[in-house]
Design a protein around this ligand. Sequence first.
Ligand SMILES: CC(C)(COP(=O)(O)OP(=O)(O)OC[C@H]1O[C@@H](n2cnc3c(N)ncnc32)[C@H](O)[C@@H]1OP(=O)(O)O)[C@@H](O)C(=O)NCCC(=O)NCCSC(=O)C[C@H](O)C(=O)O
Ligand SMILES: [Mg+2]
Length: 319
Amino acid sequence: MLRDIIVLQGKLWLILNPKPTLHMTGAAKMTAENRPYRSVLYIPGSKTRALEKAQTLSTDGIIFDLEDAVAPEAKAEARGHVADALRDLNYGNRALLVRINGFETEWAMDDLAAILPAGPESILLPKVYGAADIEKLAEILDGAENCAHTKIWAMMETPLSMLNAREIAAAPRMAGMVLGSNDLIKDLGAQTDPARTALQASIGLCLLAARAYGLICIDGVYNAFKDVDGLQVELDHGRMMGFDGKSLLHPDQLAPTNTAYRPSEAEIELAKRQMAAFKEAEESGKGIAVLDGKIVENLHIVTARALLAKADAIAASET
Ligand SMILES: CC(C)(COP(=O)(O)OP(=O)(O)OC[C@H]1O[C@@H](n2cnc3c(N)ncnc32)[C@H](O)[C@@H]1OP(=O)(O)O)[C@@H](O)C(=O)NCCC(=O)NCCSC(=O)C[C@H](O)C(=O)O
Ligand SMILES: [Mg+2]
């Protein structure tokens, strides 16, 4: 039985079955709020085999794509496949996003007409230029049955998405952002290198806006889906920059991505030691602890707690 001891009004109280504390790695229940977003796999809505297969893949999230991965002549059929998958297939507790076509195309409204009756968890809007695009989608969702809960995610993939990142993040129903590095590179007239030099400013703006407004932020795809070493370089870079996870093209990219975005044993150990050292310092009336020659302040405890909570959520998602 779980027990906690707390001090209240100068007395010791024994609490039976307390809420799990954040350092109880593996004990948390996964909910939509604490679910991990390490790996988010694109599936072309036209590929029924892939839609089925995804039920068993170890991906934290799925983007059902009606946009660039689906040829114009296959769009109508793909809408039906995705609506059916949302209704009939079992994707467990994975995050489920439907990427519709952009509002400047002839397909966006037909996409919404086909998908909204299935009550989607999230719509991912591509080619976002400013808050007006999100507001337009939010208004449509406000008027739709079954969509009171539906969140909006923005593809951050145009120069204006980056310049307007803050207003986009603050717009109604916003829950997350996905970097669209291919479109961005195209619009910038830039070239890619392993350090993603041309994308640095955009990645920074995107993450700043997402963090300021409490949104999930997912890195762009790595196109060479068979190049394991190249993917690893981008994974390390993305995690270092602060992304929650990476959008992916192929199931073979799942395992390295899930590993890269999982807190390591060493990180978990350090977080626990930081919390213990800080607690000890607090109990002796100090506001700062020193661990391994480095200071530990309250702000480091916030980071340590978040890391342990993420480890818990990942463990819960894998049980
Ligand atoms: C890249 C692919 C076209 C490769 O397809 P294929 O050659 O068929 O792969 P495999 O033969 O190796 O497939 C093996 C099995 O895995 C399944 N599979 C493949 N891909 C997926 C997937 N994405 N999701 C689920 N399952 C998948 C196959 O069905 C095989 O299964 P089995 O029959 O059991 O053996 C292909 O992977 C693909 O289409 N990927 C997604 C492409 C996509 O969605 N692109 C658009 C998003 S990226 C983008 O738009 C960029 C962004 O907007 C930006 O601007 O940057
Ligand atoms: Mg794109």
